[in-house]
Design a protein around this ligand. Structure first.
Ligand SMILES: NC(=O)c1ccc[n+]([C@@H]2O[C@H](COP(=O)([O-])OP(=O)(O)OC[C@H]3O[C@@H](n4cnc5c(N)ncnc54)[C@H](O)[C@@H]3O)[C@@H](O)[C@H]2O)c1
Length: 250
């Protein structure tokens, strides 16, 4: 797939899925923007991408901060002329946020919803006019299998991502913008592997997944690349589980 002359804005792209999305899109010719709260990490990611011959810039951006998002989108338009692909990937997750409502402080719950839910609203609304003016494009939201059960604050935030995906798909359809989400199971990003107890990882693979291998970052990248391609031109508003069956076992 050629993405020459396309511009991708990726939130939380310094590491993990976000970096892998940037590299995959860049290898197909897209210019990529790493919009990050961790600007040092974003700068290192951009250096790695540029070493691969990919056109990339890093922009400081806390997705929960409406003004910071508007500024990053405006800088993207100034630098690259517009946006065709928006990947709403940045999220608060892992052990710290997979706790009950009565364990987290109310401000931690608010931070979770500000980033995981309002972050998607901020970026989608802010990118809309540019995407529309370029004849449409694709938005990919990163949900989670935890949004299936929604039995934790994190799960509720990721169930909301599914709702946002439907709402924005409807609202943006006439601008030829397709909006879809991916709900990963447990995938081997560095942060997930460093954070989660090994026994939990083994139990998810052996007891919950139907396919008993570690989910890899590439599994999520492959779904993202399909969803932004013309092969998915009749698909919008959907959330696709990529979890080796884990999301179906409880
Ligand atoms: N790794 C998994 O197994 C898994 C499973 C299901 C869903 N997810 C979801 O996938 C997404 C990425 O996961 P990952 O494992 O690559 O994460 P990660 O923790 O490795 O990376 C997240 C990146 O987002 C950035 N970020 C955090 N808050 C931000 C903010 N407010 N504004 C901008 N950037 C911010 C961080 O600096 C970091 O670079 C998250 O939304 C997560 O909930 C991950």
């Amino acid at each position: 797939m050629s993405l020459k002359n396309k511009v991708a804005f990726i939130t939380g792209g310094a590491i993990g899925f976000g970096y892998a999305f940037a590299e995959a899109l860049g290898r197909e010719g897209a210019s990529v923007v790493i919009a990050e709260i961790n600007i040092e990490g974003a700068n290192s990611a951009v250096a790695r991408l540029q070493d691969l011959g990919i056109s990339a810039i890093a922009l400081p951006c806390d997705v929960s901060d409406e003004e910071a998002v508007d500024t990053a989108i405006a800088k993207t338009i100034a630098e690259y002329g517009g946006i065709d692909i928006l990947i709403n990937n940045a999220g608060l997750h892992l052990t710290k946020y997979n706790l009950p409502f009565t364990t987290l402080t109310r401000s931690e719950v608010r931070a979770l919803f500000d980033v995981n839910v309002m972050g998607i609203v901020n970026c989608s609304v802010s990118a809309f006019e540019s995407m529309k003016s370029r004849g449409g494009g694709n938005i990919i939201n990163i949900s989670s299998m935890a949004g299936n059960m929604a039995s934790s604050p994190y799960g509720v935030s990721k169930m909301a991502v599914r709702g946002l995906t439907i709402a924005f798909a409807k609202e943006f359809a006439d601008a030829a913008i397709r909006v879809n989400a991916i709900a990963p199971g447990l995938m081997a990003t560095d942060s997930a592997m460093a954070d989660l107890p090994a026994a939990m990882v083994t139990s998810i693979i052996n007891d919950m997944q139907f396919i008993h291998r570690q989910g890899e970052v590439a599994d999520i990248v492959n779904m993202m690349m399909f969803l932004i391609s013309d092969k998915a031109s009749f698909i919008t508003g959907e959330t696709f589980k990529v979890s080796g069956g884990a999301a179906l076992s409880s």
